[in-house]
Design a protein around this ligand. Sequence first.
Ligand SMILES: Nc1ncnc2c1ncn2[C@@H]1O[C@H](COP(=O)(O)OP(=O)(O)O)[C@@H](O)[C@H]1O
Ligand SMILES: [Mg+2]
Length: 277
Amino acid sequence: MPDLRFSRAAASKQAIRIRQLYKTYDAHKEKIAALENLSCDIAEGEFAVILGPSGCGKSTLVRIIAGLEQPSSGTILVNGSRDSAPGKTCSMVFQSYTSFPWLSVLDNIAFAMRYTSTKTKHERRTRAQELARMVGLENFENAWINELSGGMKQRVSIASALATESRILIMDEPFGALDSQTRMAMQEQLLTITEKTGKTVVFVTHDIEEALVLGDRIYVCTSRPARILAEMDVALPRPRTPEMRNRKIFVEMKYEIFHLLRDHVYAQILETHRARR
Ligand SMILES: Nc1ncnc2c1ncn2[C@@H]1O[C@H](COP(=O)(O)OP(=O)(O)O)[C@@H](O)[C@H]1O
Ligand SMILES: [Mg+2]
């Protein structure tokens, strides 16, 4: 039977609601506007992708969603509430590897549960083993972090983020430091994992193909200060398969986004470079 469920967010209950968000940093006596009048809604269970050029304000946005940063003005509701305590509501995976080098793979994953879960030590260990299996690290449970490749280190981070049981998983360019082959393998694995867990995902990337491979919906951002330039539904069924990269809709959307970015973002980047010369 064909999968007619184009979006995982079928129930479309809101997980994140952002209205007129502004963020300005005070840096070295100058003000840097990172977000300007940014509004968007992310539904529960949706795989939302924030796509935009480097330095536009993507990390600022997700840090505010995670409660790690305060906005200058505007409103943000996460699960209907204003305060998103880090770890409880949202868990995060960053581009840089953030595991503890003095703990084993399994202890890293179990550690994430220590302050966010009511599980006993034994239950945490059992759950950590399940998660290690889910991310394909069952044979590396006792390895040290510095014995792992970049892709494996990110799998530890993903398993640790899943361990917190928060309903929202924020991933800030998690595969940015990986080579393109590992990156594709990680995308495929992430699809399997998120389809299994049904979590709301907010995934940051500057890569158009990555956005299309993974997302239910793509929020295309302008250059700094970031605003939402376009909001696009990816009308590809789930489970996603690698062959979908060849589908007409995939190729068309890829070029649509490319042209959008070319008109609104690349032109601005080139102009800035010209002005500096
Ligand atoms: N803590 C900070 N203090 C001052 N400026 C910052 C801070 N964090 C980010 N910025 C600036 O805000 C802009 C957006 O940064 P960021 O959100 O990290 O962008 P992105 O993740 O899209 O690359 C950049 O110009 C960056 O230098
Ligand atoms: Mg960033």
